[in-house]
Design a protein around this ligand. Structure first.
Ligand SMILES: *Cc1c(COP(=O)(O)O)cnc(C)c1O
Length: 394
């Protein structure tokens, strides 16, 4: 089943298309210059190694890191696993503590990595969030004990787009000698991040959330003070021993180019996306004055809108609207009909959570698309509510 030619994609938190500039940059590395970046004895290998070096610099520059601190992985899921399991196993092996603090609205791969560490004897404290979806740094501080070795708090939430107070968390973690890891899959290239200013020790990046392909990501790993990890994948010792395996040069080049493009366009693109989001919300509000927004409006990435319509069934809404691609929650849990655990953590009851949709704007979304989509969503809500004027508009 392929989307209709007129379909409008507004699900950029689930994944993004590959930017044509990124595709152009990566293509030659499949067949023309296909060397193994670890075979530096000959020109093929050296050429690939140089391309990897450039990409490492590009990714590092986006977050204020140095190239030596970037470990390429298959995506943010792997980066989060490596950061959490790697850091906590290292600490436990050296008797430095075994306690992790994380947050209820984290992505499943963070929560499940923490749960896996609990099976290995770690202690895990899960801090809640306020009704705006933001974590209170004081609650994180209060949760920390003498055994705490890692705090893992996402930079931007994938369902509601809220931006967590990383700089404050960084300051309190550094003061206690605790590592701060952040899942920045939804943040890199969208909000300004600086690992030094924010005192972040480990930071996860996903390629396909920032217009690079699926299957590539990175983990920033601080060198001073050193964030030490036990590797999960053993082998030839690539990536400074943190992640063995031959680097996928085309994907690495793509991530570098995506980082470069995102960094140079971030501020203008942010303004444009904020305009699209405001237009969508104004439009929806004009037809349905009771629409509510989930999560902080101010502390939020511009490409995300998560709204609910009281009494409406979001699943049925989406089914009725085939030409607009939106979602009812994170793609990873959308196979189940359970209301979103993220929205429930904000204090929403099941009916409100089940009446909510996530609308995600991206680099190639146009004003016209937003206009059409807003009308279609408003009409579908109206139709469900038995509003005859809305049905006529559809
Ligand atoms: C998409 C996403 C992930 C998983 O990233 P992959 O690169 O698909 O493994 C993790 N965390 C957040 C917040 C995400 O949005």
């Amino acid at each position: 089943m392929s989307p209709a030619p007129t379909a409008i994609y507004l699900d950029h938190q689930a994944t993004t298309p590959v930017d044509p500039r990124v595709l152009d940059a990566m293509l030659p590395w499949f067949s023309e210059t296909f060397g193994n970046a670890h075979s530096e004895q000959h020109a093929w290998g050296r050429q690939a190694a140089e391309a990897v070096d450039v990409a490492r610099e590009q990714v590092a520059a986006l977050i204020g890191a140095s190239a030596r601190e970037i470990v390429f992985t298959s995506g943010a899921t792997e980066s989060n696993n490596l950061a959490i399991k790697g850091a906590v196993r290292f600490a436990m092996r050296h008797g430095r503590g075994n306690h992790i603090v994380t947050v209820a609205t984290e992505h499943k791969c963070v929560l499940e990595s923490c749960a896996a560490m609990a099976d290995e004897g770690a202690e895990v404290t899960i801090v809640g969030v306020g009704p705006d979806g933001l974590v209170d740094p004081e609650l994180v501080a209060a949760a920390m004990t003498d055994s705490t070795v890692l705090v893992s708090v996402m930079a931007v939430n994938n369902e509601i787009g809220v931006i967590q107070p990383l700089a404050e968390l960084g300051a309190l973690c550094r003061a206690r000698g605790v590592l701060l890891h952040t899942d920045a899959a939804q943040a890199t290239g969208k909000v300004a991040l600086d690992v030094d200013a924010m005192q972040i020790d480990l930071l996860s990046i996903s390629g396909h959330k920032m217009y690079a392909p699926k299957g590539i990501g990175a983990l920033y790993t601080r060198r001073r003070p050193r964030a030490r990890l036990l590797a999960e994948i053993s082998g030839g010792g690539q990536e400074r021993g943190n992640r063995s395996g031959t680097l996928p040069v085309p994907l690495v080049v793509a991530l570098g180019e995506a980082a470069e493009v995102a960094g140079s366009e971030m501020s203008a693109e942010g303004t444009r996306l904020a305009g699209l989001r405001a237009a969508m919300l104004d439009n929806l509000r004009a037809s349905h004055a009771d629409v509510f927004v989930n999560g902080s409006v101010d502390q939020r990435v511009p490409g995300n809108l998560n709204v609910g319509f009281p009494g409406v069934d979001a699943e049925a809404l989406m089914a009725a609207m085939e030409s607009v691609a939106i979602s009812t929650g994170s793609a990873c849990t959308s196979a189940s009909v359970e209301p979103s655990y993220v929205l429930r953590a904000l204090g929403l009851e099941d009916p409100e959570a089940g009446a909510s949709i996530r609308i995600g704007f991206g680099r190639f979304t146009t004003e016209t698309e937003v206009d059409i989509a807003a009308k279609l969503i408003a009409a579908a809500v109206g139709a469900q509510r038995g509003d005859s004027s809305a049905r006529a508009a559809e």
